[in-house]
Write a protein that binds this ligand. Sequence first.
Ligand code: GRF
Length: 213
Amino acid sequence: MHNNRIGVLISGGGTNLQALIDKAEANYFNASVEIVISNCKDAYGLQRAKTHGIKTEVVDKRQFESEAEFNKAMIEILKNNAVHLVVLAGFLSILSREFVNTFKNQILNIHPALIPSFCGKGFYGKRVHQAALDYGVKITGATVHFVDAGTDTGPIVLQKAIEIDNNDDADSLQKKVLKLEHQLLPLAVKLFFENKLQIIETNRKRTKVKISE
Ligand code: GRF
C-alpha cells in the first residue's frame, strides 16, 4: 500500500488520469489514486477509475444552488478520503477560493500549452491548440502548475516543449502534447511526494517553484 493519497478531478476522457493510475500501480511514485471526482456523469475517466477499483463520485454543478455549494461538496469528499494532493486532470470548472485555500499548495493542474501562452479563461481542449496554430508559434508544449485562485496563474512546476510542424492541425497537436502531459503530470506528482517542490516568493508578488535535487 502507498502512504500518500491523491484525489483526481476530471471532466472527460481521462487519459491523464490513466497515466497517473498506471504510474501508481508501477510504484513510480509513493502514492495511490484514492478517489476520482467528475463533474460530468458521462466522463469516460470514471470507467477507467472503476476498472482499477478506484472510488468515484459525480458532483454535478447543476444540482447545487451556487458555485460555493458545488465546491463545498467536492471539498467534503476529498477530506473524507484524506487526500494529500488534488490533481486536476482535464477538469473544466474553476475552483472556488475556499477550495483553493483548503488545499493550499496541494493542487496540481495540467495545461496543454506553455503557460503564460494560450491559457486562462476559454483556453481548454482543442481551442488551446487551434490558438497556437492561429498565432503561428513554432513551439508549444505542456505545463504542470500549482493551482491558485486565478485561471492557469499558479506557480509553474514543470514544462516541456515540442515543435509545431507545417502540417500539424489541432488534432495532431493535441495528440503530441498529450504524450508530453502523460510524462509530465506523473513526474510532478513524484516530485511533490518526494517533497522536492519548494514554493518561493519572488520580489514581484509572484510565487515560483524551485525543484530541489
Ligand atoms: C488535457 O489536454 C489537459 O491538459 C487539459 O484537458 C485535457 C484532458 O485530457 N487540462 P484527458 O481527459 O486527460 O485525456
